[in-house]
Design a protein around this ligand. Structure first.
Ligand code: NAD
Ligand code: UDP
Length: 341
């Protein structure tokens, strides 16, 4: 059977690159478009090394009609996985227009260009942030969309709305809105992983930089939350599990379900302190920390209800938080400066 071509926007980034590997493993042909706004061209040879295959890469901007047109006209695309987007919460507060322009324009451009080439399937990278401040956990896909606390979150809510509106009038179009919880970990090879610019905002990359001595300690933002140890609770999912969730979702899209929504998480909450202890246990590296004030806008606890994804696409996270810590640490030890030399 001919391999299906999957256009992966943002495929050079953290989650996209891991998904490219899973696509090859499952017999798909990934084709990447990425403008390298937040990634390195060094990812490509590493993906080729891991997969043992040549991977098609278009350096292009998904907001640019000609760039999208080029890749869609040169390949018969069966589905798009749309990772391309700007994702730093703090930066989105400083640069709202850039975030709205990039994140919304990329989605709109795809929705204008895909029909011209008869492409009817798309997976969109959404986020648990669309639930806003949870009134209960675990979060279920049917829970209402909440209030965004920053422009980044708002772009996700708006993009979900754009897909909903589009599907109302295009019943033959298939969209999966995947709401990710907290992706961490890295490919076991240590060749690809998360490489943030500057001071990491997210917990795991900060911890790994402490582990390799780039930062002297972690600041834990608040230990007076209403949780068992006082620190915030999140649902940390290994990026390789997350990548697999996309491939399982593709299979579902090819059954013409219309619009579907799935949480991709583990269903298990882990506190900041628990994560630090898991890291120390998995790696033997001590992570010094101090307790710092709460971070503005932080949600006390969130984790996913995973039943729907398990029932409908057969998704169940396999890796533990300790596995993720081991793999994140391996990646950071092998690449202390990320993709920079
Ligand atoms: P990432 O920054 O590592 O990857 C995104 C990629 O998209 C980068 O390679 C970047 O260069 C590219 N890109 C951005 N704008 C582009 C454009 N206009 N045209 C072409 N390429 C463009 O981020 P990631 O962590 O891999 O996240 C992927 C997606 O998942 C994003 O949409 C993000 O918002 C979403 N998401 C991420 C998380 C997380 O914690 N990492 C959580 C929930 C949702
Ligand atoms: N966190 C922390 N120190 C850091 C970075 C994050 O204590 O240097 C905490 C943060 O307050 C939150 C949790 O770790 O409770 C996860 O934060 P992250 O930014 O990774 O994910 P998000 O809050 O967006 O789910």
């Amino acid at each position: 059977m001919e391999r299906k071509n999957i256009l992966v926007t943002g495929g050079m980034g953290y989650i996209g690159s891991h998904t490219v590997i899973k696509l090859v493993e499952y017999g798909y042909n990934p084709i990447i478009i990425d403008n390298l706004a937040n990634s390195s061209e060094k990812v490509l040879p590493r993906l080729e090394k891991i997969t043992g295959t040549k991977i098609a890469f278009y350096k292009g901007d998904v907001c640019n009609r000609e760039d999208v047109d080029k890749v869609l006209s040169e390949n018969k695309i069966d589905a798009v996985i749309h990772f391309a987007g700007l994702k730093a919460v703090g930066e989105s507060v400083q640069k709202p227009v850039e975030y709205y322009r990039n994140n919304l324009d990329s989605t709109l451009t795809l929705l204008e260009e895909m029909p011209k080439y008869g492409v009817k399937n798309i997976i969109f990278s959404s986020s648990a942030t669309v639930y806003g401040t949870p009134t209960h956990v675990p979060l279920v896909e049917s829970d209402p969309i909440g209030q965004a606390t920053n422009p980044y979150g708002q772009t996700k809510i708006i993009q979900e709305g754009i897909f909903q509106d589009y599907c109302h009038v295009h019943p033959d179009f298939n969209v999966a809105l995947l709401r990710y919880f907290n992706p961490i970990g890295a490919h076991a090879s240590g060749l690809i992983g998360e490489a943030p610019n500057g001071i990491p905002n997210n917990l795991m990359p900060y911890v790994t930089q402490v582990a390799v001595g780039k930062r002297d300690h972690l600041s834990i933002f608040g230990d007076d939350y209403n949780t068992p140890d006082g620190t915030c609770i999140r649902d940390y999912i290994h990026v390789v599990d997350l990548a697999e969730g996309h491939v399982l979702t593709l299979k579902k899209l090819f059954e013409n379900p219309g619009l579907v929504i799935y949480n991709l998480g583990t269903g298990k909450g882990t506190s900041v302190l628990e994560l630090v202890h898991a890291y120390e246990k998995a790696t033997g590296v001590k992570i010094p920390y101090v307790i710092a004030p709460r971070r503005a806008g932080d949600v006390e606890a969130n984790y996913a209800a995973t039943d729907k994804a398990e029932r409908e696409i057969g998704f169940k996270a396999k890796y533990t938080v300790e596995d993720s810590c081991r793999d994140s640490n391996h990646w950071q030890q092998m690449n202390p400066n990320g993709y920079e030399d």
